[in-house]
Write a protein that binds this ligand. Structure first.
Ligand code: AP5
Length: 208
């Protein structure tokens, strides 16, 4: 399976990807996770990405395209992949189409997880993740077990201001690529409101 997950910040892309990759036995390729790892490792890419990410801006296309195309060329992607957070601009979508065509790879589906704007900030500011397991929680909606609460961390860009900036970027830059994939007949729209279990079932039904 070769799948792209698209949706606004906090739509549940990371939460759903973590569930789905086990079912489909494919790697989860999150450009956000890759960029955060580069920032933590203080690589040249990380240094360039850090400021953009903290503000809620997009990292320049050239950097993200090179990073993602290189990752998709690794052996574990030969059997498929779940892309989360890429493409996010028209330039990224065209670059991905180009790279896949060159490798004679066909996308199976682009899943759009739809969540209304008025639910996004609450999801983002309550998000915490576990640095030991990588698991994502929400203080109210997906509460962590009490014994691990002290070690949970909050992302630097999970403030209300950065979240609003990310949401504005999503509508300006990413929402237009949804039409690009709809025109290709690859788009599956999934309602992202409801429990994570319900959303997972909807995605699996859309992909079946
Ligand atoms: P990235 O990490 O991709 O962030 P994002 O797209 O803003 O998405 P999030 O990770 O915030 O949300 P999500 O949809 O994964 O939701 P989650 O499952 O965690 O990108 C971060 C930054 O990196 C960007 O701003 C940009 O700077 C840069 N970047 C990344 N890719 C780039 C690219 N291609 N080009 C340029 N720059 C790029 O869920 C959120 C919360 O909601 C959690 O607490 C979760 O527990 C809860 N939740 C999940 N599902 C439900 C549910 N059904 N009901 C209630 N709560 C739920």
């Amino acid at each position: 399976m070769r799948i792209i997950l698209v949706g606004p910040p906090g739509a549940g892309k990371g939460t759903q990807a973590a569930r789905l990759v086990d079912s489909y036995n494919i790697p989860h390729i999150s450009t956000g996770d890759m960029l955060r790892a580069a920032v933590a490792a203080k690589t040249e890419l990380g240094k360039q990405a850090d400021e953009c990410m903290s503000r809620g801006d997009l990292v320049p296309d050239g950097l993200v395209i090179a990073m993602t195309v290189e990752r998709l060329g690794q052996p574990d992607c030969a059997r498929g992949f779940m892309l989360d957070g890429f493409p996010r601009t028209r330039a990224q979508a065209f670059a991905l189409t180009d790279a896949l065509e060159k490798a004679a790879i066909v996308l199976d589906a682009v899943v759009l997880i739809e969540v209304p704007d008025d639910q996004i900030v609450g999801r983002i500011v309550g998000r915490r993740s576990d640095p030991e397991t990588g698991k994502i929680y929400h203080l109210s909606f997906q509460p962590p077990p009490p014994e691990i609460v002290d070690r949970l961390v909050q992302r630097k860009d999970d403030t209300e201001d950065a979240c609003r900036a990310r949401l504005a970027k999503y509508h300006a830059e990413t929402a237009p690529i949804v039409d690009y994939y709809a025109e290709q007949g690859r788009l599956k729209r999934v309602d992202g409101v409801g429990s994570a279990d319900e959303v997972e079932l909807r995605i699996k039904a859309a992909l079946a």
